[in-house]
Design a protein around this ligand. Structure first.
Ligand SMILES: Nc1ncnc2c1ncn2[C@@H]1O[C@H](COP(=O)(O)OP(=O)(O)OP(=O)(O)O)[C@@H](O)[C@H]1O
Length: 308
């Protein structure tokens, strides 16, 4: 029998996962997995639990939580030589990664993807900053706006879900200022004031499903977005365009693919990794080609093979 380890965050989203755990265990048992569980206790615990699952050579690690939990689990696995397959049960607030790999946002549906879907290799982002190596699965970014994701209190997210981010975004608008940065990408350089930069692995970021419309999960390339300095009115106009995927040809924006990206910023720019604080820049980003096998629905696996 194959062995699976569920790492779940009991505080994720609307805090519903634990109630469904017996059903999940039955579904996995029927699919041939002997399964055990770990409930996370706080920040960083999912990384430790994932590392322990690697050491114990589990075949499958299931991250049940929001993007923060998935991020932590990936950070426990990605640096290791033996990497168990990854399953996702999205019970968080935004669940960007689940949306990007077409995993349904019901517990039963997500479990079915693990039991009847296909494990496909996908790219993982790696960043070296502050003398550490960290990994991300969805997006890295810098600039004042990207800091709002970890300024939204957990209680507010439990109560309001996605709306909490929008409220925080509106509250922050007047304080969004441009910052100096130098961004080197595959031999090219942009230097100047920017509102934000994003290094994306998927097309689904912060609830914006068309932010990086050309992104592919397994082409070994990041989608790099640099938003140059704008005034507030321009900024709001571009965000509105971005919600419809119509921003990429805007002259205030650079949108390109790159495999290696180096960012330096003189003013202590913070790095956001999958919605979590990821230390200070400078940093260097490398795309790890097809580094981790993740369960996706069969149709999605076929699409990916066809190059979508
Ligand atoms: N027992 C716990 N109590 C409090 N916080 C926890 C606990 N376990 C994990 N955490 C922290 O909660 C953070 C956020 O969790 P997670 O991403 O799963 O849910 P979310 O915030 O509801 O969703 P999203 O990230 O999609 O907005 C994790 O990064 C982790 O550090």
């Amino acid at each position: 029998m194959k062995r699976a380890r569920i790492i779940y965050n009991p505080t994720s989203g609307r805090e519903l996962f634990k109630k469904h755990l017996p059903d999940v265990l039955i579904q996995l048992e029927q699919a041939g997995y002997e399964t055990s569980c770990h409930a996370t206790t706080g920040a960083g615990d999912a990384t430790k639990a994932a590392r322990a699952a690697v050491e114990r050579q589990f075949d499958l690690v299931i991250a049940a939580g929001g993007d923060g939990t998935i991020h932590e689990v990936v950070n426990g696995i990605a640096s290791q030589e033996y990497r168990p397959k990854l399953g996702i049960i999205p019970v968080g607030t935004t669940n960007d990664f689940a949306r990007a790999i077409a995993v349904p946002r019901t517990i039963e549906g997500a479990c079915e993807v693990i039991t009847t879907g296909e494990a496909v290799p996908i790219d993982i982002g790696c960043v070296m900053n502050e003398g550490k190596t960290r990994y991300f699965i969805n997006i890295a970014g810098g600039g004042r706006l990207t800091e709002l994701t970890y300024e939204v209190p957990s209680k507010l997210k439990t109560m309001l879900g996605q709306l909490a981010y929008y409220l925080k975004g509106i509250e922050m608008l007047p304080s969004i200022k441009a910052t100096e940065a130098r961004i080197e990408y595959d031999g090219k350089v942009y230097e100047g004031e920017i509102m934000l930069f994003l290094v994306s692995l998927t097309n689904s970021v912060g609830g914006f499903e068309k932010l990086a419309p050309d992104s592919s999960l397994n082409d070994g390339m990041f989608d790099l977005i640099i938003l140059k300095k704008t005034n507030l009115a321009e900024f709001i106009r571009i965000v509105t365009l971005a919600s419809r995927g119509e921003h990429i040809n805007d002259p205030n924006l650079i949108y390109t693919k790159a495999n290696r990206i180096k960012v330096t910023a003189p003013n202590n720019m913070q790095l956001n990794l999958d919605g979590e604080y990821g230390g200070l820049l400078p940093g260097e980003f490398v795309n790890l080609y097809r580094h981790l096998e993740v369960f996706v629905p069969k149709e999605k696996a076929e699409q990916m093979r066809a190059g979508f």
